[in-house]
Design a protein around this ligand. Sequence first.
Ligand code: SRM
Ligand code: SF4
Length: 554
Amino acid sequence: MSETKLSNVEYIKIASHYLRGPVDAELHSESDHFSEAGYQILKFHGIYQQDDRDVRKARKAQGLGPDYRFMIRVAIPGGVLTPEQYLALDRLADELGNATLRITTRQAIQYHGVRKGGLKPLIQTLNRHLLTTLSACGDVVRNIVACPAPFHDRQRAELSRYAKELSDRLKPKTRAYYEIWLDGEKAASLEEHEPLYGQTYLPRKFKIAFAFPGDNCVDVYTQDIGIVPLLQEGVLAGFTLLVGGGLGQSHGAKDTRPILAKPLTTIPPRQLFEVVEAIIRVQRDHGRREDRKFSRMKYLVEAWGLERFRAEVEHYLGYPLPEARALEWHSGSDHLGWHAQGDGKLFLGVFVENGRVKENLRAAIREVVQRFTPELRLTAQQNLLFTGIDPADQAAIEAIFRNHAVALPGTLPLVVQNAMACPALPTCGLAITESERVMPEVIRELHNLLEKLGLAERAPHVRMTGCPNGCARPYTAEVGLVGRSLDSYSIYLGGSPLGTRLGRLYRDNVKRGAIVAVLEPLFQRFRTEGQPGESFGDFCHRIGLEQLEGVAAG
Ligand code: SRM
Ligand code: SF4
């Protein structure tokens, strides 16, 4: 790491003394917000400083500064919540947030609109319910994602256990979180250590997900490390590790781009933790720290190539890594609707539009949790599973949703329930366009078109984001809509419904109101030329975007 070339955030991390300063001091100041250094360190504690962008201009015109509010992200490994934890999260949304909960694309929960004075009470209450925001954001391993389907078998149970244990092992060890938010005693000595991360933590955020074999609901190729169990005769025989995935790109930085993770190795289960830690160490020591646009591990893997990367991991481990086994996928969809768990119980996957739990939906979920106390699981596609349900309660649960006028999967258009959008405006500081607030309209307009063409049952997976960072993973979708400039979007096509292929840029700068019209000729051609069982994404990929461009122009 060259002294002269570090990015500013690296110096802030060093000066923070293991994530303390200046958050510890600024939390108690009169100000309604934190300094730049405080803002950077807050992220490691799961907090983002934001302002209400809807009122930014008007306030400026009145000579006022930003209306500061905070986003708090609760890290929930594998998205597993007890009913008590869920009800506590729900109460806090009214007490300290904006009366909504936001299920994220990594099985976490976010609060928006929290004031500075609400941060400490919120975190303290979460902690009483054994929930934490530590390392939900920041240059560390983020919330570990795992396929949430609660089928009752040994392999699923083992997957959850590995995900939880890995998450515990990779949490930062600093006591700063306890000192600042939970009034823990100050560390007796300043000789604190982060054995894995060191005092500058990782060069950038780091993401890990476990998929279940064949079921890619977690988008495993978009992770820094994707982990796929190897099952042999029903027994967990190993794990295949994929490395170097990530989706973010910046308009201004030409060499930034989405990249899918590549298969590195297949190892026995007992080696999982040490190999994952060795990969993290390689990124810690060799990832770029001078320019944060190029600091993700995907750029290191690209720059070195997979063979050199593997050799470096082997060097840290002291033993060679075998080749990766081939992977096969049969589904990339979420686990919506009613399913038998295999233990006499049922689970119900409920669609949460763009992950936003609010109003009627929030009331219905609360009532089901209070009356039937199911364990809950958040999905990586922003939805919610109620698990361990007695079949005798099925009708009563459906009645609760009906009474609250909430549509259950199966009664919703397919294209709607397969869609995702990121929060964007008014909370996200990086948003260029709307996303969550306009997706309901765009997706229903698309549904009307698909219905008109008789394609409603062959609906593609559509994902929208308000900027190119890719938070709702638009680049692996069949149709990706990415905020480009004021109310205009780039359209990406040709991703696979299995999440195994990136879409390609089809059109740039399409006004929101014109998106469906631009897609119409393509769906018309899909209707006549699509092969039986072929998805729209596979069709676009087979025909090729250059050919499709001709269709649109014609
Ligand atoms: Fe994200 C930054 C929201 C998943 C790539 N993301 C942000 C911030 C924190 C904006 C900021 O830095 O100021 C957004 C907060 C908006 C708000 O108001 O809530 C934000 N990201 C989200 C969430 C909530 C979107 C959602 O619809 O659920 C997801 C939270 C996940 C979690 O619980 O941890 C979320 N973000 C993702 C994903 C998808 C994933 O991880 O599976 C990606 C693409 C995968 C990847 O990381 O490559 C993603 N977010 C980014 C990036 C680009 C990173 C890059 O390497 O280029 C940024 C910007 C950055 O880091 O500088 C970003
Ligand atoms: Fe914000 Fe962009 Fe992420 Fe959407 S994709 S939440 S606009 S950073």
